[in-house]
Design a protein around this ligand. Sequence first.
Ligand SMILES: NC(=O)c1ccc[n+]([C@@H]2O[C@H](COP(=O)([O-])OP(=O)(O)OC[C@H]3O[C@@H](n4cnc5c(N)ncnc54)[C@H](O)[C@@H]3O)[C@@H](O)[C@H]2O)c1
Ligand SMILES: [Zn+2]
Length: 350
Amino acid sequence: MQIIEIKTTEGKQSEILIGEDFRNIRNYLPVQNVIVIIDENIFDLYPLFAENFKCIKIHADEKNKTLETVEHIILQLTELQADRSTFIAGVGGGITCDIAGFAASIYMRGLRFGFVSTSLLSQADASVGGKNGVNFYGLKNMIGTFNQPEFVICDINMLDTLPQKEFRGGLSEIIKIALIKDAEMFDFIEDNTATILNRDKTILQKLITKSIQHKADIVGCDEFEKGKRRILNFGHTLAHAIEPNDDISHGFAVSIGMMFAAKVSEHFGFIANNIVERIERLLAQFDLPRCTNIDEKLLFNTIVADKKKNNDAINLVLLNGTGKTVEKNIKINDIEKLISIFCNTTKNSF
Ligand SMILES: NC(=O)c1ccc[n+]([C@@H]2O[C@H](COP(=O)([O-])OP(=O)(O)OC[C@H]3O[C@@H](n4cnc5c(N)ncnc54)[C@H](O)[C@@H]3O)[C@@H](O)[C@H]2O)c1
Ligand SMILES: [Zn+2]
């Protein structure tokens, strides 16, 4: 097992336990008064949770990542007589961890909480870093908190039951981390696509560890996203506009969003076309989408409504090589044009 610590501004500590066995969860919990908020699929697949804990089940769907679901959880917490000494364990992928962390953060002004992170996407990215929250009327993660889980168990063996489509979606966020922080990691992924798709455990553990190390470094410098942490949003401006308008997963939307950001980076002369081609080839090898059929006006309007707008411009994280980023404030009108170019040049080309 490898342990990565995230030190928070308030001096709290968050421990990410990579390669820990989920069956050891008791080692990280108080002796009593634990409530598990769990993805219903994990509840069925891993009976240990039902056998040992009071459980609140949720249906992990992006459309369910809402205040209504949080209300439903809070109602059950009151019925289970949760009080300020209750510890919440969120068990599931990114959707479950985002919701459970948020519910724990607001119930009675905040309970202690930790996660068992079960999807590749949540192990490599979502469950780490302390962002919790829900969507609001189609706007992604509009409501939420910064609050670190006390522990995150990333049991690689739990990925055995993860459907292949979800597995591929997780690779998208791993590629994101490589692109923004680690050129060598990007080369390594390019050289090992077949082994990765075969879910070689040693390689998976290596990629998850690297992703978490990079994220922990970024979050350690900028817990509340005042600056540096923004680079983690690479590919997410368009992704967050696609998600409410399409029935695709977060990982798939990020793949399209990264393709857009790469092309915009080339458009502004930050990277050469051969890097865009390498990214496109890698995403294609993992069968990840690189274009969208969503109406360009709808995409643009959703971006404008999104929270990351800054007066009449949007801050886009772009690439300045593999493993390097540059931020650029782009006028809203230019964003509209860039989306139009992207949609029209990529629509039938993949
Ligand atoms: N908080 C953050 O910093 C952050 C970062 C990135 C993404 N996110 C959020 O994460 C969410 C996406 O997370 P996700 O891709 O894990 O989605 P998810 O939680 O929906 O999980 C994907 C699917 O896989 C199933 N699943 C998960 N683990 C499994 C396992 N071990 N075995 C069998 N089935 C399993 C789930 O039941 C679900 O159907 C999005 O809402 C996104 O916004 C948050
Ligand atoms: Zn993401």
